[in-house]
Design a binder for this molecule. Structure first.
Ligand SMILES: *[C@@H]1O[C@H](CO)[C@@H](O)[C@H](O)[C@H]1NC(C)=O
Ligand SMILES: *[C@@H]1O[C@H](CO)[C@@H](O)[C@H](O)[C@H]1NC(C)=O
Ligand SMILES: *[C@@H]1O[C@H](CO)[C@@H](O)[C@H](O)[C@H]1NC(C)=O
Length: 356
C-alpha cells in the first residue's frame, strides 16, 4: 500500500500530464519558430541564386543609409602589403581554379600534409574514389606573413623547394588575417587572371573538390562577378573574444552579408576589383566579413549562397563528407590527424569514425 501523500502526488501527475505535454509542445514550436526568424539561411532552398533585392531584405544593416562607410575613400587608406616571396611562375595556363591556403609560417608540417593529399590530387586533376577525373586542374598556393628571422629563413628555404609560397610583409598574427588574404588575392590578381575562380581554403578544412569543381564548371556563366560560399546574414559584431571588433574598427552592430571563412570562392573577374577597392577602405580583423562582405559590396560583386558548402565542424566522424553527397562539401576545424583521417576516408571510400 502506498502512503496517501504519495497517492495524491501520483494523481496530480496523471492529471497534469496533458498540460505538461502541451507546454513542451508549445516550447518546441516557439523554439523552432523564433529560430527560423533569427536564421533565415537555414530555411533557404539549396543553392538559390538570390537576387540583390532578396539579399537586402535579409540584411538588417541599411547599406544605403549607412552606406558612406562602404564607399571607397578618395585616397589609399589600407595599402597592400609588399610581396616578399612569390612563386617564380604564374598559375598554370590550363588551371581552372587557384586554391589559396592561408598558413602560419611555423606550420610547415601541415603544408606538407596538404601538398601530399588534396593539393596533389587537384594539381593532377585526379580525385580519389568513384568520381575519379576532376576534368580540370588547379593551382595551390600558401599565403604567409613574417615572423622571427629564424622562421623566415626556413620559409625562404621551403619556398625555393616547392615554389608555392606567397609571403607578404606583415606580422603573421591572427588579427592580421585580412592582410594575409589580400596579399594572396593581390598576387592571384596579377598572375592567375586566366583561371576562372579562386578558392580560399583554411588549412584545417577539407573540401570535396570533386563536387566543388563539378558545381563551378556547371554554373560558371551564372557565377561571374560573384562571391560564393556559406552566407551569414545579420551577424553581430562581437565585443569580446577572438572575434572582437571595436566600433572604431567597424562602426555598426551588424555585419553585411558575408561568406564564412573556412572556404569561400571568388570568380576571377571580381578579384582585381576587390583588391583595388580594398586599398580605399578601412580594414578590420574579421577577414571573411571584410573581404566577402564589405569589399564585395563596395566593388559591386554579387553573393551566391552555396548551401552545400557548410564548413561543418564535424567532431565525431569523417563520414558526413562521404555519405551525404548532395549536402556536404566541406569540413572544418580539423587537426593534423583528422585532416589525414578524412583524406584516408576519401581515398579508401571507407567511412570510419575519428579515433578517440
Ligand atoms: C611587426 O611588429 C614589430 C613590433 O612588434 C614591428 O617593429 C615591425 O615593424 C612589424 N612588422 C611589420 C611588417 O609591420
Ligand atoms: C599586424 O599585427 C601586429 C600585431 O598584432 C600589429 O602590430 C601590426 O601593426 C599589424 N600590421 C602589420 C602590417 O604587420
Ligand atoms: C580602384 O578603385 C578606386 C576607388 O574606387 C577607383 O577610383 C579606381 O578607378 C580603381 N582603379 C582601377 C584600376 O580599377
Amino acid at each position: 500500500m502506498l502512503p496517501t501523500s504519495l497517492r495524491r502526488l501520483q494523481r496530480t501527475c496523471v492529471t497534469r500530464r496533458r498540460e505538461l505535454v502541451v507546454g513542451i509542445a508549445l516550447c518546441l514550436f516557439l523554439y523552432v519558430y523564433v529560430d527560423s526568424l533569427l536564421s533565415p539561411d537555414r530555411y533557404l532552398p539549396a543553392s538559390p541564386q538570390l537576387s540583390a533585392l532578396e539579399l537586402k531584405a535579409l540584411s538588417w544593416l541599411d547599406l544605403e543609409n549607412d552606406g558612406v562607410y562602404f564607399k571607397p575613400r578618395h585616397t589609399v587608406v589600407s595599402p597592400l602589403p609588399r610581396l616578399v616571396i612569390t612563386p617564380t611562375t604564374p598559375c598554370s595556363k590550363t588551371s581552372f581554379i587557384v586554391a589559396m591556403v592561408p598558413s602560419p609560417p611555423k606550420d610547415s608540417r601541415r603544408r606538407e600534409l596538404i601538398r601530399n593529399t588534396w593539393a596533389a590530387a587537384v594539381r593532377s586533376g585526379q580525385w580519389p574514389g568513384s568520381e575519379g577525373e576532376l576534368g580540370v586542374t588547379m593551382d595551390v598556393v600558401f599565403v604567409l606573413g613574417l615572423t622571427t628571422a629564424k622562421e623566415n629563413g626556413q620559409v625562404a628555404t621551403e619556398a625555393k623547394q616547392y615554389n608555392d609560397l606567397i609571403v607578404g610583409e606583415f606580422n603573421d598574427t591572427y588579427r592580421n588575417l585580412t592582410l594575409k588574404t589580400l596579399t594572396g588575392l593581390s598576387w592571384v590578381s596579377q598572375h592567375c587572371l586566366h583561371t576562372s575562380f579562386v578558392v580560399k581554403v583554411d588549412q584545417d578544412t577539407m573540401v570535396d573538390f570533386s563536387r566543388l569543381t563539378a558545381f563551378l564548371s556547371a554554373h560558371q556563366a551564372e557565377l561571374r562577378n560573384t562571391v560564393i560560399g556559406k552566407l551569414y546574414f545579420n551577424s553581430k559584431r562581437r565585443e569580446k573574444g577572438k572575434w572582437r571588433v571595436t566600433p572604431d574598427e567597424y562602426p555598426f552592430s551588424y555585419y553585411p552579408t558575408f561568406a564564412g571563412g573556412p572556404c569561400y570562392i571568388i570568380s576571377m573577374d571580381a578579384v582585381p576589383k576587390m583588391v583595388n577597392v580594398s586599398r580605399y577602405l578601412p580594414s578590420f580583423a574579421m577577414e571573411d566579413v571584410h573581404v566577402t562582405g564589405v569589399l564585395a559590396h563596395a566593388a559591386h560583386v554579387r553573393q551566391h549562397y552555396m548551401q552545400q558548402l557548410r564548413n561543418w565542424y564535424q567532431k565525431e566522424s569523417a563520414c558526413v563528407l562521404l555519405a551525404r553527397p548532395a549536402f556536404q562539401v566541406s569540413l572544418t576545424d580539423l587537426s593534423y590527424d583528422r585532416l589525414r583521417h578524412v583524406w584516408d576516408g576519401i581515398t579508401s571510400g571507407v567511412c570510419r569514425p575519428f579515433p578517440k
